[in-house]
Write a protein that binds this ligand. Structure first.
Ligand code: RRO
Length: 322
């Protein structure tokens, strides 16, 4: 019996090392959530210790907050497409003060480092958000959402390289914590925005936010969504997101969180091969709230089958072949 057990141990492959470093954050694995796609506080309330023990994400990215409270866009806010969905949520949130008082203490109890997503409608608003949020010890890093397609002027600072650069130069001196810039796909040259973010002092990039889309009400022929247009996500955008992720990785030396329609381990591996250090799961979590865990397990299995010992070995394999 002892001999058999010994033989099994001898042939068992060592566990695959899934750890990654993202702008100084040491993460257990590369799977994050896309901002606004997973209500971790509600999930913890429902599933308690079960979720705590197998939390799907290595770091948690909050829903974006703004300086002032917002009610969000008028309904309807969602439209399902053949391979994804269009959202027009419109950034509802409690505002900075409400977030700090009510949401942050809850989010700080999650079993993963917390990345807070912020959006300002001016450089001054961004500066106030970054100063206040970064000062809180519960916060590991900040994501700068310069790419929301669903609010007026939500995208301005993420659509023009000189605006993005100016914003980063203003925000960079305000904190030593990592600043992650979330990029829009709704521009001709996302790589130029990525380069401007890097030159301004960004520590990492995340992409893509949603692609602007329109759905028509079959009954009236008018826009279905209350705010007319929305943002398309899900498998429909995956090939676009993969190309933009690859481009950002080629044109900057920043670590990248790649996202856009990731549904399985192979999708995650594609983004990692294209150069992403981490990947984020968004729309798929609406269909399967445990998708993050499944995708991590599938990714780990795929890598093991290829004989890869650590996830880090797989990052950018596509890039280095070019
Ligand atoms: O709240 C939204 O409507 C929203 C945001 Br903040 C975002 O960044 N991306 C998106 O598709 N929707």
């Amino acid at each position: 019996m002892a001999l058999t057990a010994g033989a099994d141990l001898a042939t068992e492959a060592p566990p695959l090392d899934m750890r990654v470093e993202l702008a100084g954050l040491q993460l257990k694995h590369p799977i994050l959530n896309g901002s606004g796609t997973f209500d971790a506080v509600a999930a913890l309330r429902s599933f308690g210790n079960e979720l705590r023990e197998r939390f799907p994400f290595a770091a948690f990215v909050s829903k974006t907050i703004t300086l002032a409270p917002r009610g969000g866009n008028p309904p309807p806010r969602l439209w399902e497409t053949p391979a994804g969905m269009i959202n027009s949520i419109g950034l509802p949130n409690k505002g900075l003060a409400g977030f700090l008082e009510h949401d942050l203490p809850e989010l700080a109890r999650l079993p993963a480092p917390l990345i807070v997503s912020v959006a300002g409608f001016s450089g001054e608003e961004f500066a106030q958000l970054v100063e206040s949020v970064a000062a809180r010890p519960e916060v590991a890093a900040l994501e700068l959402n310069v790419s929301c397609p669903n609010v007026k002027s939500g995208c301005v600072m993420g659509s023009d390289p000189s605006e993005t650069g100016a914003l980063l130069r203003r925000l960079r001196p305000l904190t030593a914590k990592p600043l992650i810039v979330k990029l829009t796909p709704n521009v001709a040259d996302p790589g130029a925005i990525a380069q401007a973010a890097e030159a301004g002092g960004s520590d990492a990039l995340s992409l893509i936010n949603t692609l602007r889309g329109l759905a028509l009400d079959p009954a009236t022929g008018g826009p279905w969504l209350g705010a007319s247009t929305g943002g398309l996500s899900g498998p429909a955008v995956r090939a676009v997101a993969l190309e933009m992720t690859h481009e950002a990785c080629m044109r900057t030396s920043l670590p990248v969180i790649g996202m856009g329609g990731i549904q399985c381990g192979q999708d995650a591996l594609d983004f990692i091969s294209a150069g992403a250090t981490c990947v984020a799961v968004g729309t798929e979590s609406f269909r399967d709230p445990a998708a993050g865990n499944r995708i991590r397990d599938e990714l780990s299995e795929l890598l093991a089958r290829r004989g890869v010992r650590s996830l880090r070995q797989a990052i950018g394999s596509t890039r280095t072949r070019q």
